[in-house]
Structure formats: C-alpha cells, structure tokens
Design a protein around this ligand. Structure first.
Ligand SMILES: Nc1ncnc2c1ncn2[C@@H]1O[C@H](COP(=O)(O)OP(=O)(O)OP(=O)(O)O)[C@@H](O)[C@H]1O
Length: 249
C-alpha cells in the first residue's frame, strides 16, 4: 500500500498541498482518478508521491516503510512509476527503440542473470508484449516525433509501464488528445492497468472519462482533499460540481 500521511507543500506563501492523507493500493488494479480545478494541487501531489518534490511536512509510506527521503529513481525501483503531462519520449527514436531503452533500464538490475543472447531475446519479447498491450504494433517502427498525439501518449504511458511498477501515476494522459482519440487512449491504459493488477492514479479533467472508468475519485481543492468516493460523487456533490465548473475560482 502507498500512503500519503499529512503531506504539506508550500511555494512561498502559496499552499499547494494542505495536510493531504490518502491511501492507494488496497485493491490490486484499482483505478483512482484525481480531479479538481486548475491549481488545486493535483500535479504537486503526484510530484510528492514520486519524489520529484519533497514535502515540507508529512511522510510517504510504501508497504509500511517510510520512503519520504527516497529519490525519484529509487522510488521507480521500489515500484512507483509516473508519466508527465507533457510527453517525455525520445523523439528521434522509433517506438520500439523507445520501449527497448526502458526495458533495458528495468532489466539492468538483473542483466547478469542472463546470457547475452537469452537476455536480448527476453528484452525483445517484453518490448513486443508492451507494443501489443498498448496497441502500438503498427507504429513499432515509426519515429516518435511522427506519431499521432494519442499514440505518443500511449507510448509515454507504455514507457512508464515498462518499468514494471506496482503503482502507476499518470498526469493527464488524455491532455491535448483529440476527443476522437481520448476514449481509445484511456481505454487502453485502463485495460492494461487492470489486467496487470497495477494500481493507477490518474489526473483527469474530462469528467465523462472519470465517471466511466474510476473505481474511486479523489477530489482536491486549494491543496486539500475535498472528498474521496465513488464516481457518483461527481453527480451528488454540488459543491464539487461547482468547483469543477470553475465557478468562483
Ligand atoms: N514549482 C512551483 N513553484 C511555485 N508555484 C508552484 C510550483 N508548482 C506548482 N505551483 C503552484 O501550486 C499550485 C498547485 O499547482 P499544481 O500544478 O499542483 O495544480 P494542478 O491541480 O495540477 O493544476 P492544473 O490542473 O492546472 O494542472 C498552483 O497555484 C501552482 O501555480
């Protein structure tokens, strides 16, 4: 289980994370969506969980161990991977080459266990598996910068997934993706996460997507937890609806 305990983070006078305590991973393959108006502290919270920011107060606990002081890289090794709002892929490499770099990184730890030939075949099998899971087979030899936006997003998530995480934190995987592609991108991500039993925590602004796919919704407002509940909360919580529509922000 991944826990945030009383996290606080300020930037100067601005409180971006205000006493946030949340738990993830009680159930394998749970799909948690984080919602909230612009500036609510969603990305900051993901940055704190993944080690890209340090909290001013509070702690992050993984399976009972305090990991607050762990670096982002160490957290990846511990099973916490992320994607970014702006895709970070190697633009001039093909999709296959991008995925291979991740699998090699992940395998790096155990590389000596394989002979070179076995190791190579194993890496390629894993890359093929990622290509197929993320429906990128047809784009395997396409250079990343030439991919349609939806496939770029899928490649980005596939690269995080290739790190073999227990927890996958996704910062707006559908941002900038056309309405037509959105459903396809999120459906693919959801399916892969569920099948692998990976807990995914996804920031999402499209409430139709959240309603359709979330097992649990976390709503943030002004850095604090406004509420945690089933997606029906988006219908029943009038205050939340008002916040998400941006009234009074
Ligand atoms: N590095 C930083 N330095 C100063 N202020 C920051 C920094 N990062 C975030 N903030 C501020 O903290 C607040 C929370 O930002 P954050 O990006 O976490 O919100 P968000 O909910 O992800 O917003 P959005 O939906 O617009 O992406 C905002 O007011 C933002 O301007």
């Amino acid at each position: 289980m991944l826990e945030a305990r009383n996290l606080h983070k300020s930037f100067g006078e601005l409180v971006a994370t205000d006493d946030v305590s949340l738990e993830f991973g009680q159930e394998d393959g749970e799909l948690v969506f984080i919602v909230g108006p612009n500036g609510a502290g969603k990305t900051t919270f993901i940055n704190l969980l993944t080690g890209f920011l340090s909290p001013d107060e509070g702690s992050i606990v993984l399976d009972g161990d305090d990991i607050t002081a762990m670096s982002a890289d160490e957290r990846v090794d511990a099973g916490i991977a992320r994607s970014f709002q702006v895709v970070k892929v190697f633009e001039e490499m093909t999709v296959r080459e991008n995925l291979r770099t991740v699998v090699l990184t992940e395998r790096g730890k155990t590389w000596s266990l394989f002979s070179m030939a076995d190791g190579h075949a194993d890496v390629e099998r894993t890359v093929d598996d990622l290509l197929s899971k993320f429906r990128l087979d047809d784009a395997a030899n396409t250079v990343a910068e030439e991919l349609p936006h939806g496939d770029r997003k899928l490649l980005d998530v596939a690269m995080s997934f290739g790190l073999d995480p227990d927890y996958l934190l996704l910062d707006e995987p559908t941002s900038g993706v056309s309405t037509r592609e959105k459903e396809y991108v999120i459906e693919t991500v959801v399916e892969v996460g569920r099948e692998a039993g990976v807990t995914t925590v996804t920031i999402e602004h499209d409430m139709d997507i959240v309603t359709e796919y979330a097992d649990r919704v976390v709503a943030l407002h002004q850095g604090a937890v406004h509420g945690v509940g089933p997606p029906t909360m988006l219908e029943t919580d009038d205050e939340l609806r008002r916040l998400l529509l941006g009234v009074g922000e």
